[in-house]
Design a protein around this ligand. Structure first.
Ligand SMILES: N[C@@H](CCC(=O)N[C@@H](CS)C(=O)NCC(=O)O)C(=O)O
Length: 225
């Protein structure tokens, strides 16, 4: 059985968890936080998520794991058949990660510590997000799913990405970034209603207190003595 390593408060972890649940692939969860030696044994960068396959192979990087799951468990597909359409799905995922999630992620330390990010950082983040918004407005179709008529990995990916965007941008930038993408909020409401999304959200909330304790311990350890 596949083991999914990481923690339920992680949006990247939840991408893989959502795909596993959607494809009805049996898996077990191994709770491990970033920064631990245990994680480094399965994830070379020490990042969450990682999986251990049935064959005992460790894999990390959410998009790599998503591809592995699709290749290994093609039933209940999450990518279209044609190479062009598959690339279009991956293009949405990549742009959402690089120009939507990653800039917002830079604000997370300030969100967690309840402080205001420096203005120069906020400006850098705003500039990347502005271009990300233009790109996603061009790419996302919402007809009814993000890449068109079929539900794909891009729906799962962007839904999880949005957890970080919606937590960071309004509070740190005073900017409702999701409202800038036509159809995003309506689609998000639809996404939230599935049983899988609701289970993932319940697990995320349940893991939050332990995760925040872990973060506070890490922040205290990093303070100069
Ligand atoms: N590109 C990675 C990003 C994963 C990532 O940043 N995960 C966070 C948790 S949400 C993490 O492990 N952070 C700790 C670190 O960056 O060292 C992926 O797609 O899996």
């Amino acid at each position: 059985m596949i083991t999914l390593h990481g923690f339920a408060a992680s949006n990247y972890y939840n991408i893989v968890k959502h795909a596993l649940l959607y494809k009805e692939i049996p898996f077990e969860e191994n709770l491990v936080f970033a920064g631990s030696d245990a994680l480094l044994t399965v994830s070379p960068m020490g990042k969450v998520p990682a999986i251990t396959t049935d064959d005992g192979v460790n894999l990390s990087e959410s998009s790599v794991i998503c591809d592995f799951l699709e290749d290994t468990y093609p039933d209940t597909p999450l990518y279209p058949k044609s190479a062009t359409e598959r690339a279009t799905v991956r293009q949405i995922m990549k742009i959402a990660e690089l120009y939507f999630e990653l800039p917002c992620r830079r604000l997370i330390p300030y969100l967690f510590s309840g402080t205001d990010a420096p203005n120069a950082l906020k400006e850098e983040v705003r500039q990347v997000l502005t271009r990300g918004i233009i790109a996603l407005n061009r790419l996302c179709q919402y007809s009814p799913w993000i890449a068109g008529r079929a539900f794909t990995m891009a729906d799962i990916y962007v839904h999880s990405v949005n957890t970080v965007v919606s937590a960071c941008a309004p509070s740190q930038l005073d900017w409702d970034v999701l409202a800038e993408i036509n159809g995003m909020k309506e689609w998000r409401n639809t996404m939230r209603q599935s049983d899988i999304a609701q289970k993932i959200e319940a697990d995320r909330l349940a893991n939050m207190p332990e995760f925040m304790t872990h973060i506070k311990t890490q922040m205290q350890a990093a303070q100069p003595k």
